[in-house]
Every structure is written in structure tokens, then in C-alpha cells.
Design a binder for this molecule. Structure first.
Ligand code: HEC
Ligand code: HEC
Ligand code: HEC
Ligand code: HEC
Ligand code: HEC
Length: 493
């Protein structure tokens, strides 16, 4: 299927020898883990390529003149917000200070590829940037992708922005814009604004892969592995792609996930809707501040869609465990019903998905309580969090992607799989029923991390003016699934 890894030009053994040779002839092999041809990858550590004739990119508002439906769908999507996202800007600001701009360009290669090739982005901040750079992952990024490289990448898979973007082609001494799409070209295609080319790549997950497979810039540790989680799972085997769940409405996504039926061609939409409800909410606040009510509603529609998608993603079951006839434990099974990759995925060491559980006996005594938020919005200790935890070289807990070089814990749930968590109960004294309530809860980050990132936005983003926020509010939480039930305290009662 969509895997070309076997068709790379030179054999692995050759590459291995080359790596070994380079490792031996240089000091510090870590930085030479991947011998980089800077001519091929001028934006390294981003593996983005922008070969001649380097035609200019076109901002999405121009595409909108003829493709208004796609524009409407893409507007306020996470892709449209990928660069202006205040959470991203806060972290980019930290990155530039920590490792310098040459290295943090890696971030921009995925969050604003056009801003990288024009060289206009010099760090965090939005002032003075072109419309195209601010537009993040916009129309002309995806529809100028002519290839993704996997043969020359360290993992031999698409990764770290390893796409080739070619917005135009040379015809004699003229440059004409050429756009790559899923359909066979027609006579009128592009109406003389652009030419069209049929692109099988746009009908494959590889188009998404180079940005949705993120490695550490130096040690090459896989920080975000959505593409490979998908590729090694049941959906890839059945040819259900990223597009089949994220470029369709909720009903169609459920059908793709439940029955492995591919959407009809006319059902595709440019929503790129995932789990990040917080970002849509912030965007809506921003549009309200600027008086653009229509866009605010557009963003809130996407907010609701993300919440619905999260609620369709997981299932929850609770089972009693008896010892000597006494109810002694509760077994909670969390199922990944409809995510095409692990649940949660991507920034798993930042996202939080946890089980909140309370059990009380007939007298009202609490037998177990876990996963509640304290008054500061933090999770209580020992919360069962089904995310991951990152660490640096020194084995200490870390969040920042330039520090994290391993996971000390990785508890995400594979596609169509499940995880079981046991909760021990205090000895049951009274007879009668034990009441149990369980929720699977999700938020984008811990309160502390959100405060750290939003607190670090560059000077030209004013949280109060842009988002109407005078302080970072308590982060909203979505309940993905819940169960309320009861079990007899004594088996057989
Ligand atoms: C290979 C592509 C790629 C690179 C390189 C990359 N990112 Fe990202 N980034 C993504 C994707 C894809 C997501 C969305 C993941 C998700 O939603 O869980 C993301 C999400 C984020 C978020 C979360 C945004 C939010 O609103 O919650 C932050 C912050 C972020 N990236 C910062 C960075 C920084 C800083 C760097 C550089 C050190 C970086 N990224 C490098 C692809 C990339
Ligand atoms: C993240 C990548 C991505 C971005 C951003 C993107 N597209 Fe697409 N686009 C696709 C893919 C993939 C398809 C094919 C969907 C399918 O299987 O039919 C597509 C299909 C299309 C089509 C064919 C008709 C259709 O809707 O399926 C047009 C026209 C189009 N895009 C225009 C645009 C415009 C205009 C924008 C910006 C407002 C845009 N695209 C943004 C990836 C993208
Ligand atoms: C002057 C009008 C016009 C503008 C501006 C325009 N397009 Fe198109 N484009 C068309 C027409 C007409 C078609 C053929 C019918 C269709 O697919 O909508 C087309 C087709 C496409 C296709 C092929 C879709 C497929 O079915 O495979 C893609 C991709 C595309 N355009 C992307 C873009 C992008 C990206 C921009 C902005 C950089 C853009 N277009 C700007 C008129 C335009
Ligand atoms: C040029 C890089 C790039 C390409 C290509 C790309 N993405 Fe993304 N995508 C990103 C980044 C960066 C983010 C996160 C932005 C942020 O959170 O600030 C993201 C976010 C998303 C999200 C939202 C996640 C959430 O948390 O809600 C979905 C869904 C998604 N992408 C799907 C796709 C699909 C499907 C494709 C292929 C058709 C694709 N992406 C191609 C860079 C890319
Ligand atoms: C069978 C449907 C399905 C397929 C296929 C699928 N996804 Fe998802 N995806 C989901 C669901 C449901 C969620 C929300 C739950 C979650 O966060 O995992 C999601 C969430 C995401 C997120 C947001 C993660 C976060 O925490 O913010 C990203 C990014 C993403 N998907 C990208 C992709 C990419 C890239 C592919 C292809 C390699 C893909 N998805 C394939 C269903 C799917």
C-alpha cells in the first residue's frame, strides 16, 4: 500500500557504512547521526525543500476567490492557526532563547513553511510578516507539495517537514503556477490563474506524514509519532487514511472508523479537525474582539466538532473485582474506539487524558477517589493519566521538545486497543451497594504548562487585547466518556 520505503535508490548497508564512516571520522557522533547534505536540506534541521524555479506562494485569500467552500472550511482550522497559535508562539519564544533561531527554524518548517523559505521569520512574533507566512499550513503549502522525501531522511520515512514544495514550474522563461490535487485535470482547471496536475500523493497519508512525524532536532528521538502509529495499525491496513477521518464531517468520520468504508469523493472537507478545542475557543475569542462575528461562529462550529470527535474517540467500562466475596478493586477499561492512531496522539507528553473515579459505600463513605482537580486546576497526585511523560538526558522530567530525548512513561492506547487500570478500594464494611462514577477527561495541557506557554508569548501578542484574557483562565476539560453504576459490596448479594 502507501509505502514506498522499499524503493529507495541505494541499499541500507551502504547507508549504514556511510554513517559508520562519518561517525568514526568525526568527533561527537550524535550530531552526525544523520549525515546532512546541506545542499539538499538548506533549512536543516527542517527537512523542507523548495527547489527552483522557487515560484512565489499565493495567500489563501486569493485561492478563496475561486475556491470559497474550501476556504470557508479551512478558515479557523488548526492548520490556519498553526503559526499565530499563542501556545505555539509562547513555546517558539522559549525555543529561540534556548537553542537559537537556526535550530528553532525546525519548528517553523511545519508551522509556517512559507515563512521559512522566504526567510522572513526571525523568531517568535507576528509583526511585519507576510500574509502567507501568517497563514500557517495554508492552501498553497499542501497544493504545492510535489513529493515527500523518505529515502534521504534518517528514519527512511517522511518526517520533520520532509516535503518538496513547488508552487510553480518554468515554461521557457515564464513561470506558471501549478497546483496539485486529487482529481484528473480538466480543460478549465485553474482558469488561467494556475495549471493543475493530478497528484496521487494527495490521496495518501504520506502527504500529512512529513509534518505529523516529529523528531528531536539532534538526537532524532521520535517526539510525536502520529503517522507511524497510524501506519502500524489496523486503519492503514484497511486504507483508511488521515483524510478519511479528519477531512470529513463527524458522521462520515464515524463511518470510516467503524466500518472501514472510505468516504465518497464529494464528502471531503477542509476541516482538519482534531482534538484541540482550546485553540478554536481562543480563535473565536480573538474574532469576537475584532468584531468578526461570522468567523467567531465558524471557529465555534469547529470547537463543537472537536468536542464531538473527542467524545466519539473513546469508550469506558467498569468491572468489579471480588476477593473473598468482598469488593476489593475496580477495573476500568479505556478503549480507543475511533482514533486512527494512539489515543491520545502527537504531543502526548503535554496533552492530558485521565480517569477520574469515585466510589462510595451505602453509608456514603468514600472507598476510593482519584483524578480530581485541585483548586489550582492541577490533577491530584497518583492520577491515572494515559498520556506520556518526557525526560531529558539527565533523566529529569521535561516538556520542551529540544530537551526531551526519551519517554519515562508512555501509556497511550493503540488504535482499536484498550488499557485497563485497577483502583484498590478501602475495605468495605457495610453491606449494600457501592456507587461508582467514572469519567475519562481530556485537556490540552496541565494548568502550569498552559500558564508557562501563554505567559511567554512574544511582546507583539497582547493576550488581553487579542484574546480578551487578563489572566490564563482555568483550562476547560472535555469529558470524553462517563459511566455511573453500582456493584454489591459482597459478591452474590
Ligand atoms: C515535523 C513537524 C513539526 C515540527 C518540526 C514541530 N512541530 Fe509543533 N506541532 C506539529 C504538529 C503536527 C502539532 C499538532 C499536534 C497536536 O495537536 O497534538 C504541533 C503542535 C505544537 C504545539 C501545541 C499547540 C497547541 O495549541 O496546543 C506547540 C506548542 C508546538 N507544536 C511547538 C513547537 C515547537 C516550539 C517546535 C520546535 C522546537 C515544534 N513545534 C516543531 C508539528 C511540528
Ligand atoms: C493540509 C493540506 C491541505 C490544505 C492546507 C488544503 N488542502 Fe485542499 N486538499 C487537500 C487534500 C488531501 C485534498 C484531497 C481530498 C480528497 O481526498 O478528495 C484536497 C482537495 C482540494 C480540492 C479538490 C476539491 C475538494 O474539495 O476535494 C481543492 C479545489 C482544494 N483542495 C483547494 C484548497 C484550498 C483553496 C485550500 C485553502 C483554503 C486548501 N485546499 C487547503 C489538502 C489540503
Ligand atoms: C481564478 C480562479 C482560481 C483561483 C484564484 C485559484 N483556482 Fe484553483 N482551480 C480553479 C478552477 C476553476 C479549478 C477546476 C475546478 C475545481 O476543481 O474547482 C481549480 C482547481 C484546483 C485544484 C485541483 C483540484 C482537483 O480537483 O484535483 C487545486 C488543488 C486548486 N485549484 C488549488 C488552488 C489553490 C491552492 C489556489 C490558491 C493558491 C487556487 N487554486 C486558486 C480556479 C482557481
Ligand atoms: C506543513 C505541515 C503540515 C502538513 C502537510 C499537514 N499538517 Fe496537520 N498540522 C500541522 C501543524 C503544525 C499542526 C498543529 C498546529 C498547532 O496546534 O498550532 C497540525 C494540526 C493538525 C490537526 C489538528 C490537531 C488537533 O489538535 O486538533 C489535524 C487533525 C491535522 N493536522 C491533520 C492533517 C492531515 C489530515 C494532513 C494531511 C492531509 C495534515 N494534517 C498535513 C502541520 C501539517
Ligand atoms: C479512524 C479515524 C482516524 C484516522 C484514520 C486518523 N485519525 Fe487523527 N484523530 C482521530 C480522532 C477520533 C482524534 C481525537 C482523539 C485523539 O486525540 O486521538 C484524532 C486526533 C488527531 C490529532 C490531535 C491530537 C491532539 O491531541 O491534539 C492529530 C494531530 C491527528 N489526529 C492527526 C492524524 C493524522 C496525521 C492521521 C494519519 C496519519 C490521522 N490523524 C488518522 C481519528 C483518526
Amino acid at each position: 500500500m502507501a509505502n514506498q520505503s522499499n524503493s529507495c535508490p541505494f541499499p541500507r548497508t551502504f547507508l549504514l557504512l556511510l554513517v559508520l564512516l562519518l561517525a568514526m571520522t568525526s568527533q561527537g557522533w550524535a550530531s552526525d547521526l544523520f549525515p546532512v547534505d546541506r545542499q539538499t536540506f538548506p533549512y536543516y534541521p527542517s527537512l523542507l525543500q523548495y527547489p527552483p524555479p522557487q515560484a512565489e506562494f499565493t495567500p489563501p485569500e486569493v485561492c478563496a476567490e475561486c475556491h470559497s467552500r474550501q476556504y470557508e472550511e479551512w478558515t479557523s482550522s488548526v492548520h490556519a492557526l498553526a503559526f499565530v497559535d499563542p501556545v505555539y508562539q509562547g513555546e517558539l519564544n522559549h525555543a529561540v532563547k534556548a537553542v537559537g533561531h537556526d535550530i528553532s527554524r525546525q519548528c517553523e518548517g511545519c508551522h509556517s513553511p512559507a515563512g521559512v523559505v522566504t526567510g522572513e521569520i526571525r523568531g517568535a512574533g507576528l509583526n511585519g510578516l507576510s500574509q502567507m507566512a501568517l497563514a500557517g499550513v495554508s492552501c498553497d503549502i499542501c497544493h504545492s507539495v510535489t513529493a515527500v522525501t523518505h529515502c534521504q531522511t534518517p528514519s527512511r520515512e517522511p518526517e520533520n517537514g520532509s516535503m518538496v514544495v513547488t508552487p510553480g514550474v518554468a515554461r521557457g522563461d515564464q513561470i506558471v503556477l501549478q497546483k496539485y490535487g486529487p482529481n484528473p485535470t480538466t480543460e478549465l482547471c485553474g482558469m488561467e490563474f494556475h495549471e493543475c496536475a493530478e497528484s496521487p500523493l494527495h490521496l495518501r497519508a504520506d502527504l500529512c506524514a512529513s509534518c505529523h512525524q516529529v523528531y528531536h532536532y539532534e538526537t532524532h528521538f521520535p517526539l510525536e509519532a502520529t503517522y507511524l502509529e497510524w501506519k502500524h495499525g489496523p486503519y492503514a491496513q484497511r486504507e483508511i487514511l488521515c483524510q478519511d477521518c479528519h477531512m470529513v464531517d463527524i458522521e462520515t468520520f464515524r463511518r470510516s472508523a467503524d466500518r472501514f468504508i472510505k468516504p465518497e469523493r464529494h464528502e471531503y472537507r477542509h476541516y482538519f479537525n482534531g482534538a484541540n478545542f482550546l485553540l478554536y475557543f481562543l480563535a473565536a475569542q480573538n474574532y469576537t474582539q475584532t468584531g468578526d462575528q461570522q468567523r467567531a461562529e465558524n471557529a465555534m462550529d469547529k470547537f463543537r466538532m472537536a468536542v464531538e470527535r473527542l467524545q466519539a474517540a473513546a469508550g469506558l467500562e467498569v468491572m468489579p473485582v471480588y476477593r473473598n466475596r468482598q469488593l476489593s478493586e475496580l477495573k476500568v477499561r479505556v478503549k480507543n474506539l475511533r482514533a486512527g492512531h494512539n489515543l491520545p496522539t502527537s504531543l502526548t507528553n503535554v496533552r492530558q487524558m485521565w480517569v477520574e473515579l469515585t466510589a462510595t459505600d451505602a453509608t456514603g463513605q468514600v472507598l476510593v477517589s482519584s483524578g480530581h482537580l485541585d483548586p489550582k486546576g492541577e490533577l491530584e497526585p497518583e492520577t491515572r493519566n494515559l498520556n506520556s511523560e518526557g525526560m531529558g538526558d539527565n533523566f529529569h522530567f521535561a516538556i520542551d521538545p529540544w530537551v526531551v530525548t526519551a519517554f519515562s512513561r508512555h501509556d497511550t492506547i493503540p488504535p482499536k486497543g484498550y488499557k485497563e487500570i485497577y483502583f484498590g478500594l478501602l475495605p468495605v464494611v457495610s453491606k449494600g451497594e457501592v456507587q461508582v462514577s467514572v469519567r475519562l477527561r481530556y485537556r490540552q495541557a496541565s494548568q502550569k504548562v498552559a500558564e508557562k506557554l501563554l505567559g511567554a508569548v512574544p511582546d507583539d501578542i497582547d493576550l488581553e487585547k487579542t484574546y480578551g484574557l487578563s489572566a490564563v483562565p482555568e483550562l476547560p476539560v472535555v469529558d470524553m466518556a462517563q459511566v455511573a453504576t453500582s456493584f454489591p459490596a459482597m459478591e452474590g448479594d
